[in-house]
Design a protein around this ligand. Sequence first.
Ligand code: ATP
Ligand code: MG
Length: 197
Amino acid sequence: MGAILISGTPGTGKTTLAMELAKSIKYRFIDMGELATSEHIYLKVDAKRNTKIIDERKLAKRLDKEIIANGGKVVASGHYAEILNPRLVERVIVLRTHPDELRRRLSQRGWSAEKIQENLEAEVLGVCSSNVLARYGKERVHEIDTTKLSPNVTLRIALDIIKSKDEIYAVGSINWLADLEKENKLSTYMSEKSWDA
Ligand SMILES: Nc1ncnc2c1ncn2[C@@H]1O[C@H](COP(=O)(O)OP(=O)(O)OP(=O)(O)O)[C@@H](O)[C@H]1O
Ligand SMILES: [Mg+2]
């Protein structure tokens, strides 16, 4: 038995799902960002981008300990879910949201245009999926497109995923790059800076 991780770009609904999922299966809920903040597990504050740089090694150690103490019964949410010990992880669910909808959600946060753009680009490229896939392997990694789903329906799908032995909602079928190209919106989301990189 191992932990269930909920990953995804900021604003995709990780905390909302992880809290409800943990309640429903009687696991301990841990939000990685909240844990890092409450226990000051960060290296420094990036004042320019108004974000804290997490001490990933220390946070991973702290979480691994917590998972062991709970006999694996932990649901953890965070957009850098790839830091944990793979031996302690059973399933990873990455939440995906169409960039138009994600832009709407992030615009309500009072973030700088640059920070919003950075996160939208990460969602378009599937950075979270790619990171957890590299760390945990495709058998354990699933994706849900929640763009048109209510939190309740998302919870039902997550329960199906963790109960199923099959690779349902397997990672790899969501491709915003291709969708945005069809919708003629690619240049809105990929800044010139990222084309040059
Ligand atoms: N399935 C869903 N459908 C529509 N809206 C949702 C869904 N899940 C969450 N939301 C809404 O999206 C917003 C972001 O949710 P939440 O805080 O859970 O995201 P998050 O991924 O944890 O973000 P962060 O990485 O910043 O912590 C909230 O306003 C929430 O009500
Ligand atoms: Mg959250």
